[in-house]
Design a protein around this ligand. Structure first.
Ligand SMILES: [Zn+2]
Length: 487
């Protein structure tokens, strides 16, 4: 059937990862490209948005359980606000989209479409914080931001407008701000590991790659199957630089005026890109049951003489599953054969399929099929609600194990420039090397391979030996650098 071929994925994940990824996103019904003339923008379809909502709910409840409240700020930022923090302007200026007119009238002051909101949130935090009793202050907003980068569109990975959350906090002390920074980083790691079935590496960005003005930028990095790293969420300790630029001060217990210590942290729909990229295959989308909009599809398989019995039975099984809180779809379409249905639901990423034919009806059983590897198991129909939860756990464990194996196999060591280049060129993944901390020692890797230092682990003091020298320049090493190509 030609329609079946149209439906299926034609690109290979292994050989054409970029094209394959785009095909999965489109054909699984997650997104469309934006209108002509608006390259870099995408339309997120309901099935794609449902995934984002699941991420949102999970993170939002973590935030709220740890003292964060949501707020909303304007999407436009006066130019003079951006200029108050020179580092930010230098960091973002070429990527900022500007509004110059309101209706027919030219604006007196240009308005930036927010590339991030520190410069509009900070002045209000300055108004809200007076005394140490107002601290800590924690606000988060769910919104979109715009960065006008002229690169090829890659849905959820590279788009000019993207959805994210940005949290902004102010604290009395440097250490409290550090605790906050790490709390958010840990929550991002939990999101990946417990909801998205993706193991991540936690670490800090090298000083030359931290957020402009930040004391420290921390990151969770996820390895994609094509050997590239995704910066999967960042949490910044901003020190007092923003507080000083925007007058976020408080009177301490001795009535002395002090600058607050601030943080900001963000996670975008890149998490969705990482999810799709990590688990999906040449049949289409693969999703962990934790996040799948439909966790189970029930497909009845009948002949004319068994149709009524099979459909009744399938209906009951689907009802039982729904009653026990499972997100279930019964595909009883007359006009499609079971093979077509299997392909379609595989393409859409439903993690578990239940097949019901005359044999299952007769034996009071169901056949359960795992999407990631096609494993097929016969199970009793009784207690199907409980049984299916065990299968969800198994499917999740399979996905996590595969991603973890890829990560474990992809961290390699090197101690010279040639070795770093050779290993990265041949295998991708991460190459660990002792590093002196100087940006100039990243160049000889960045130049030929477009790979960079994506992170340094936190426990450098323990991992970098006294006698270790920088793999590039031979000076004393102070950090362990993870080199990788990245998104
Ligand atoms: Zn060096």
């Amino acid at each position: 059937m030609s329609s079946e071929q149209d439906l299926g994925i034609t690109e290979s994940k292994q050989h054409n990862t970029g094209e394959w990824y785009a095909e999965v996103v489109i054909k699984a019904g997650l997104a469309n490209y934006g209108p002509d003339g608006m390259s870099g923008f995408i339309v997120t379809r309901p099935r794609g948005y449902a995934l984002w909502e699941a991420i949102q709910q999970e993170l939002d409840s973590k935030f709220k359980a740890t003292g964060v409240q949501n707020a909303y700020f304007p999407m436009f930022i006066p130019e003079s606000y951006l200029e108050r923090e020179k580092d930010i302007v230098e960091g973002f200026d070429p990527e900022v989209a500007w509004v110059t007119h309101g209706g027919h009238d030219e604006l007196e002051e240009r308005l930036a479409v927010r590339p991030t909101s520190e410069s509009i949130i900070a002045p209000y935090m300055a108004q809200w914080v007076r005394s140490h009793r107002d601290l800590p202050l924690r606000v988060n907003q769910w919104c979109s931001v715009v960065r006008w980068e002229a690169t090829e569109t890659k849905p959820f990975f590279r788009t000019k407008e993207f959805l994210w959350q940005e949290g902004h906090t102010a604290h009395e002390t440097h250490d409290e701000a550090w605790d906050e920074t790490m709390t958010r980083l840990d929550q991002y790691a939990e999101l990946y590991e417990d909801l998205l079935a993706i193991p991540v590496l936690k670490g800090q960005k090298p000083d030359h790659d931290k957020f402009p003005g930040a004391h420290k930028t921390t990151t969770v990095e996820a390895l994609m199957p094509d050997g590239k790293s995704v910066q999967a969420g960042t949490s910044h300790h901003l020190g007092t630089s923003f507080a000083e630029a925007f007058d976020i001060t408080f009177s301490d217990e001795d009535e002395e005026t002090q600058p607050a210590h601030t943080t900001s942290w963000g996670l975008s729909w890149r998490a969705l890109g990482a999810l799709i990229m990590t688990h999906s295959d040449d049949q289409g989308l693969v999703l962990p049951p934790t996040i799948a909009p439909e966790q189970v599809v029930v497909v009845p398989i009948w002949q004319e003489d068994t149709k009524d019995d099979v459909l009744d039975y399938a209906d009951e099984v689907a009802d039982d599953l729904a009653d026990s809180g499972v997100r279930v779809e019964l595909d009883d379409r007359d006009e499609r054969n079971p093979g077509f249905k299997f392909n379609e639901w595989e393409l859409k990423g439903v993690p578990v399929r239940i097949e019901i034919g005359p044999h299952e009806v007769e034996d009071d059983e169901v056949t359960i099929v795992h999407r990631p590897d096609g494993e097929s198991i016969t199970a009793d129909r009784d207690d199907i609600g409980e049984t299916i939860q065990e299968h969800f756990d198994e499917v999740y464990a399979k996905l996590y194990a595969a991603a973890e194996e890829n990560l474990d196999d992809s961290v390699r060591e090197a101690d010279s420039r040639e070795e770093i280049l050779g290993t990265l060129g041949q295998h991708g993944g991460y190459v660990k090397a002792p590093w002196c901390g100087d940006e100039e020692c990243e160049e000889p890797i960045k130049e030929p391979l477009a790979a960079e230092i994506v992170m340094c682990p936190f426990d450098d003091e323990e991992t970098v030996g006294d006698d270790e020298t920088c793999a590039i320049c031979g000076d004393d090493a102070t950090q362990t650098a993870y080199f990788a190509k990245n998104y």
